[in-house]
Design a protein around this ligand. Structure first.
Ligand code: TXA
Ligand code: MG
Length: 336
């Protein structure tokens, strides 16, 4: 583990991490969203190591991180004018654009698809690392497959210690939720594949029309085809069983004894009594930043049950509700 300043990372540390990458290694690094597990995107054997370390099915495509527009343009078969407008508005930042790929993107990155997800992160450590390595970096979130995403270096180590070569530690990430994924390879309206920090409304301003959102809560119904593996119904889960209650749904008395409790949004009257640990995240921005850390903390309590009081279904809570709907299941009663 190498500690670096989040705003002015030491060039020597970045050079060391870059040389690990250039020799085919895996480096976990902070972006503004979550920590990523990086490898040289154009080298198939480096990329295969990511899947091994995460225990991730190799059909799940990886996001390729770039440090400038030209690097992105070289990886996509065509770079439409709309990509320029979106990049002008939101790059560097938490938006991933799915575009037709060129042959310099190996099958290992895209799970055999003919498209690639591209993102220019804004975190100085991420940008500096890509520049120092001189190559685009394939990087999924730096957690074991189906586990909670890491927003701190210690989350990465807890999940992946011994399986990766280096972690750059720059403290907690600033946004805390994964990037919005927008498919530009389809007919209009373009499709949001994963809701995230850049909202549908933000995108509509630039696109001139509302993007399609099949990745919304409706897509969680069993049996629907998966557009993007990030949309699978169970994902991002803590190890402890976790149940959710919507606003207005009553948490039964007695359920709270010995549980770990997470409350999003407004205070509720039915706070479970006897909880081992209580975490409250009142507003969407704080909740975005702290959500995964809270889930990691509650999971470590070995409580037997995590009880989540859901935030209201309002636009500002959209990506948080999306992650929580995957991390928890509805409560169905005491014998559940
Ligand atoms: O914020 C983020 O996006 C973080 C940081 C590290 O950049 N990365 C991240 O990667 O969340 P990962 O692998 O955990 O999630 C990638 C998401 C998945 O939902 C995947 O299905 C989608 O992006 N994706 C990537 N390439 C795609 C493609 N070619 N077609 C469809 N979906 C794609
Ligand atoms: Mg992930």
């Amino acid at each position: 583990m190498l500690s670096v300043d989040p705003l002015r990372p030491d060039p020597k540390a970045l050079a060391e991490a870059a040389s690990v990458l250039r020799s085919g290694g895996l480096v976990a690094f902070p972006t503004e969203t979550v920590y990523g597990l990086g490898a040289m995107a154009t080298d198939p054997s480096s990329v295969r190591r990511i899947y091994e370390a995460k225990g991730r099915p190799s059909t799940n495509p990886l996001i390729v991180h770039v440090s400038d527009r030209l690097m992105a343009e070289r990886l996509s078969r065509n770079w439409p004018e709309v990509a320029d407008r979106l990049a002008n508005a939101f790059w560097p930042g938490p938006l991933t654009l799915v575009l037709p790929r060129t042959s310099s993107v190996p099958d290992e990155v895209t799970g055999g698809r003919n498209t690639v997800g591209l993102r220019m992160p804004s975190a100085p450590v991420a940008l500096g690392l890509i520049q120092a390595a001189g190559t685009p970096l394939a990087a999924p979130s730096a957690n074991r497959s189906n586990r909670v995403s890491p927003t701190r270096a210690e989350h990465v180590l807890a999940d992946l210690e011994g399986r990766i070569d280096l972690v750059l530690d720059a403290g907690p990430t600033t946004i805390g939720l994964e990037s919005t994924v927008l498919d530009l390879s389809c007919e209009t309206p373009y499709r949001i594949l994963r809701p995230g920090p850049i909202s549908a409304e933000d995108l509509a301003q630039v696109l001139g029309e509302a993007p399609a959102e099949p990745g919304g809560e409706v897509a969680l119904k069993a049996g629907e085809p998966l557009l993007s593996p990030g949309l699978s119904a169970v994902h991002y889960s803590p190890e402890t069983p976790a149940v959710r209650f919507e606003p207005g749904e009553r948490i039964p008395e007695g359920l709270g004894r010995g549980c770990a409790y997470l409350q999003l949004g407004e205070e509720r009257p039915d706070l479970p009594e006897g909880a081992l640990e209580v975490i409250r995240l009142a507003d969407p921005t704080t909740a975005g930043r702290e959500l995964y850390s809270a889930l990691h903390t509650l999971d470590r309590k070995r409580a037997g049950l995590i009880v989540v009081a859901m935030p209201p279904p309002l636009a500002a809570w959209r990506p948080i509700r999306d992650r929580l709907l995957r991390a928890t299941r509805p409560f169905r009663g005491p014998l559940d």
